[in-house]
Design a protein around this ligand. Structure first.
Ligand code: NIG
Ligand code: FE
Length: 411
């Protein structure tokens, strides 16, 4: 008999998202019908048939129990790309774009990202923490149990560290956070006349100081942000300091970021709206996870990236919100799943896998989270539906009913 301190019963469909599903697990999501799951100290210790749970598991005193009452159960979403910490919003720019302005024009005018940099620099750590906490609560309510959080609206030593301290203060969640230093989001106004000096500041001061606070380093490799040579300089320095690498690559044009991500063996390359077959092959051969961010296409009214083409090219796919006040202001993974299946050519099963195990792979955290398998953290969602095909179809409402993080019932 296994001892457990958490027991989920009566899952009508328990989608394990096992890496290699084998019978009795069904279909691409490894679904167990009429399943149950037990955990101890935050980790899954048993997954099996409801009919067998009584013989297999004994509960310790004061164990937590959750009855799914026949509903769908999924691994918690892993949102692998967010800009969680920022002040203010940019609704005005959104409406200007609806009247014809473009994202690149606004950035070139010193607005866009730089407008949020101004607001974030002016905000106290306490205010940034309070607003980030509210966003995290919305992420959790919509089914996200782990999310990546980037700095990148500080763009000075003091302000980048301030934002990363906010992430550190919120790190244990729920949802749990993975931290990324994105001091190279764009060149701040005071360095516009001397870009090289900003790249030196990032390499010599910000990245070393931020290292204890961040696992990843990310760079926006794009016209209007950092070119390939600048991005390479920053990312090579980050790699030497022990950061894992990510890139905002080929979002607005053929920036060369995708090829750079492959060259540097980044963990993920994100956006990838403009790619060649050679880019996709290079990313696949370097095992770089490709992150689909359809919330940006929705918000900026750009063409959607072709997730089907990425999967057919053999890439691993992550699907994330890109939560930020400029190009994708949403905490809701269910919304981006809907966009991905309607506009990016992937099935609901592929989207759900990308939103769970794929997100974990994009954070190099897939030995711990992303699927419901023995040994992994017990992070799961119970849905207000019995069928995963309702997700992305029944839209504009929250279908998540209960959320469990580390075997504790968070919602
Ligand atoms: O992922 N592309 C660069 N960074 C964000 C947008 C940030 C902003 O507009 O504030 C993105 O789209
Ligand atoms: Fe982003």
């Amino acid at each position: 008999m296994l001892e457990a301190d958490f027991l989920l019963t009566n899952a009508g469909r328990l989608a394990t998202v096992a890496a290699h599903p084998a019978p009795p697990l069904e279909g691409p999501l490894g679904v167990l019908r009429d399943g149950a799951l037990a955990a101890r100290n935050g980790r899954i210790v048993w997954v099996g048939a409801q009919a067998e749970v009584a013989q297999a598991v004994t509960l310790i005193p004061r164990a937590r129990r959750l009855d799914a009452a026949g509903a769908l159960v999924l691994p918690g979403f892993v949102d692998s790309h967010t800009h969680l910490v920022f002040a203010g919003h940019r609704a005005g720019e959104f409406h200007e774009r609806l009247r014809g302005a473009t994202y690149a024009e606004l950035l070139a005018q010193g607005r866009g990202i730089l407008a949020t940099v101004g607001a974030t620099r002016a905000a106290s750590a306490a205010d940034l923490e309070a607003s980030a906490r509210q966003r995290m609560a919305r992420c959790l309510a919509h089914g996200t149990t782990t999310l990546e959080a980037k700095s990148g609206y500080g763009l000075s030593l003091a302000d980048e560290i301030k934002c990363l301290h906010v992430v550190a203060a919120l790190r244990d969640g729920p949802p749990r956070l993975v931290s990324t230093c994105m001091a190279a989001h764009t060149v701040p106004p005071e360095y516009r006349a001397d870009r090289a000096a900003y790249v030196r500041l990032v390499c010599d001061q910000i990245l070393p100081a931020a290292r204890p606070l961040a696992d990843f380093c990310d760079v926006f490799c794009e016209t209007g942000a950092f070119d390939v040579a600048e991005s390479r300089t920053i990312l090579e320095r980050a790699r030497d300091l022990g950061y894992k690498l990510k890139l905002h690559a080929n979002q607005l044009g053929h920036s060369g970021g995708a090829a750079l991500a492959a060259e540097l063996n980044a963990i993920s390359a994100d956006h990838l709206d403009f790619t060649t077959d050679a880019d996709l092959a290079a990313l696949r051969d370097a095992s770089v996870v490709a992150t689909l961010l359809p919330g940006c296409s929705y918000t900026l009214r750009h063409a959607y990236p072709d997730g089907r083409q990425w999967l057919d090219a053999g890439l691993k796919l992550s699907l994330a919100t890109d939560l930020n006040p400029g190009s994708s202001y949403t905490e809701n993974m269910q919304f981006v799943i809907g966009l991905a299946i309607s506009f990016c050519g992937i099935t609901v099963a592929e989207a759900l896998r990308a939103a769970t195990l794929g997100g974990a792979q994009a954070l190099q955290f897939d030995t711990e989270i992303g699927s419901l398998e023995v040994g992994k953290r017990c992070d799961l969602t119970v849905w207000d539906t019995t069928d995963e095909e309702e997700i992305g179809y029944h839209v504009g409402v929250n279908l998540v009913k209960r959320v469990v993080v580390d075997g504790a019932i968070a919602i």
